[in-house]
Design a binder for this molecule. Sequence first.
Ligand SMILES: O=C(O)CCC(=O)C(=O)O
Length: 336
Amino acid sequence: MEVQRVQAVANSLALATDTIPAEFVRPQQEQPAITTFRGPVPEIPTIDLGDPDQENLVRSIANASKEWGIFQVVNHGIPTDVISKLQAVGREFFQLPQEEKEVYARPSSSQSIEGYGTKLQKDLDGKKSWVDHLFHKIWPQTCINYQFWPKNPPSYREANEVYAKYMREVAAKLFESLSLGLGLGRHVLKEAAGGEEIEYLLKINYYPPCPRPDLALGVVAHTDLSAITILVPNEVPGLQVLKDEYWIDAKYIPNALIIHIGDQIEILSNGIYKGVLHRTTVDKEKARMSWPVFLEPPRECVVGPLPQLVNEANPPKYKVKKFKDYAYCKLNKLPQ
Ligand SMILES: O=C(O)CCC(=O)C(=O)O
């Protein structure tokens, strides 16, 4: 079956058009023009990861994860040129002719999410999202399938390997602070999420310019399946988070990383930390891109509320289950 890519749909629309195919028009209760909050709003916290005051850093990360489930980090230690190269090679991949990108298409028979693609299922209401993507794992080495790493541009592999190396240090620091913020030992949370076997799944989102950004959505509202997600955006804003029932825009901060608390940290912390509900809007003139890395427990890892955080006054709020079973239910929209 030939899958139509959103990038091809966008290219086929006449330049001056102000319509999009009906399957991309979201129902009114989701349309960004109607549902985005346009008043004074509190800002997603920005945290200095280089803060020498360790207690302050832990407190800031814990508070942001309790109140927001999302924060931006600056002074994270990843050099600017490492991030720029990651972005440049991803951008070049999406600029390749369609048939070159299709070489990396996710095989329809595949059990894995890896590869170039477009969300195949329509939503329950029959609607589609204005975004294409490329998924591949970047760590640990034993999980990597280079079949899905573009060979063009030739520096794609090196740029991703260098980014993965630096990004792992950021991940380690986040896990430690989150663990200390729960009053636990610094290694507890990372070990519970799979330790050295945690899988780092990179996704590149490509949101083509859209003639009706008021009606369409990129990625629809969801929380992440991951433990933590570490995201690099390009300069085109579009990420929105639900805070106190309002959809609010995330500010673009050059060179900052956006950290999402995912479902697995919410579960391990027995709901003390919150997985953030988020979605993306698209732009009329510019392509938006983002590079989330989902830090996921290995498939067989059993995840449930940490016993240290559960007692009579705080009974477990979540089931204990293997990550693969949690993922299956989530992806198939089944109750957990
Ligand atoms: O593009 C973004 O900022 C968010 C992407 C996202 O939420 C996703 O790919 O799951």
